[in-house]
Design a protein around this ligand. Structure first.
Ligand SMILES: Cc1cc2nc3c(=O)[nH]c(=O)nc-3n(C[C@H](O)[C@H](O)[C@H](O)COP(=O)(O)O)c2cc1C
Length: 432
């Protein structure tokens, strides 16, 4: 019976001290120049003291014009030397008490906010539509654009290694650029980068092969992938098994399973919410009844591949985590939101001070039925989902400024604060 306190050796030889990974959560605290700063250091000093096997950073962007949010970190060739000392400090503080630290690397593609870029890159021109949010019509990538993006991912991986990180993760979940390539309804290309599942996975294989050449054999390379997008005609669970098989032969150390997109936020367990109902599949899965959201998918993937898997979404108890490890659904469990409410929650769970991680997502609904997460009104559903999300962003910002989370914060206040701070971040971004 595998315990969460058991160590794990990855194919690259890296030893992880226990089976818990802090899931990637975008920090959005890199104001203006998109550089790492003291706030990241403060934040990861807390998580680094939390007895967590792996700390996965929030998504670090490979292209400053295709961010997921205006205060993301971006690493670019012409300016990386300037932020190298702070990147080194970030890795160092994260590892101070024995955690490994992996940098999640991403490109937002068509999910780049319109305030940043009204002509984002994407495999094809299928535009994202979310009530209350602005997204531009994507420009289909040329061959040169694709080669440039591959170079940028590889360059960022090289900088991660040079800065002292122990690994990288390619973000190919939740509707960002790499998952746009995987999705048959968003990737409508007819060249070598679209069509068959092999073609839709080609960009991943190119990036992984060239990353491995740059970073060497003892550095962890992970991929985060959706079990499904839950979109009509989109990336399906059958597709995900095929992609997992392809990726498992590419020399990666770990595959993380999540699911959903901005249009269908299953990654947060919001299984009744469909922000874009024309495109969403409303099929409910048996996994909903279990503690973690994507376990039954992960079990199918585990049968098809032979690399360590991580499942993220919904884990809140030691029993739930050890059941998933024991069933062979995964070798690592990812934990996100509870660590925004208490950065030391894993340490406390492992030493028996608490018997479950903080559970907040179900209490974040703004009010009565009309405003509930399953409201039939799309704008209200979207505000609800954004408010819940803003609550976690606000806690991350609090921790990064030296404070502890404020559990009494009201979701709607978090939403308002976050919207205001986003405006400031956009102005700062535009000044640079
Ligand atoms: C505030 C916040 C930011 C997030 N940012 C990212 C991100 O940058 N990259 C990513 O892959 N997932 C991101 N996620 C999703 C989490 O990694 C995770 O999949 C999700 O929170 C479900 O896990 P949980 O139930 O343990 O929170 C984010 C989630 C939250 C709440």
């Amino acid at each position: 019976m595998t315990k969460i306190t058991d160590s794990l050796t990855l194919p690259c030889g890296q030893i992880i001290k226990n089976r818990v990974c802090k899931a990637a959560m975008t920090e959005r605290i890199a104001l203006g120049n998109n550089f790492t700063n003291e706030k990241h250091i403060e934040l990861y000093r807390k998580w680094g003291a939390g007895d967590i096997g792996i700390l996965l950073t929030g998504n670090v962007q490979v292209h400053r014009e295709n961010l997921e949010g205006p205060a993301n970190i971006a690493i670019e060739e012409n300016s990386y030397q300037e932020q190298l000392p702070m990147l080194k400090k970030w890795a160092e503080v994260s590892k101070a008490e024995g955690s490994k630290v992996w940098m999640q690397i991403s490109h937002a593609g068509r999910q780049t906010p319109g305030e940043i870029n009204m002509s984002p890159m994407s495999p094809s021109s299928v535009q994202l539509k979310i009530p209350g949010r602005k997204y531009g019509k994507p420009v289909p990538m040329t061959e040169e654009d694709i080669q440039d993006v591959i170079r940028r991912f590889v360059f960022t991986a090289k900088v991660a290694r040079e800065s002292g990180f122990d690994g990288i993760q390619l973000h190919s979940a939740h509707g960002y650029l790499l998952s746009q390539f995987l999705s048959p309804d968003i990737n409508q290309r007819t060249d070598a980068w679209g069509g068959t599942i092999e073609n839709r996975t080609r960009i991943h294989l190119e990036i992984i092969k060239r990353c491995r050449e740059e970073v060497g054999s003892d550095f962890a390379i992970s991929v985060k992938m959706n079990s499904a997008d839950f979109q009509k005609g989109g990336f399906s669970s059958e597709d995900s098994i095929e992609v997992a098989k392809i990726l498992s032969n590419s020399g990666i150390d770990n595959l993380e399973i999540s699911g959903g997109t901005y249009e269908q936020p299953r990654l947060l367990g919001l299984d009744k919410v469909s922000i874009n109902p024309e495109r969403s599949e409303n099929r409910r899965e048996s996994t909903v009844a279990r503690e973690a959201y994507f376990l039954s998918y992960a079990e199918k993937i585990a049968e098809a591949v032979d690399i360590p898997l991580m499942v993220t979404g919904g884990f809140r108890t030691k029993e739930g985590m050890e059941a998933a490890l024991g069933d062979g659904a995964c070798q690592i469990v990812g934990v996100g939101r509870p660590l925004c409410a208490n950065p030391y929650a894993i340490k406390e769970l492992l030493n028996g001070e608490i018997n479950q991680l903080p559970k907040f997502e179900k209490t974040l609904s703004i009010g009565p039925w009309l405003l509930s997460p399953s409201s039939p009104f799309r704008l209200i559903q979207a505000i609800n989902a954004f408010s819940a999300q803003a609550w976690f962003y606000q806690q991350i910002k609090k921790m990064s400024s030296g404070k502890m989370p404020d559990l009494a914060l009201k979701p709607f206040k978090a939403f308002r604060n976050d919207a205001k701070e986003d405006q400031t971040a956009i102005l700062e971004y535009k000044k640079n």
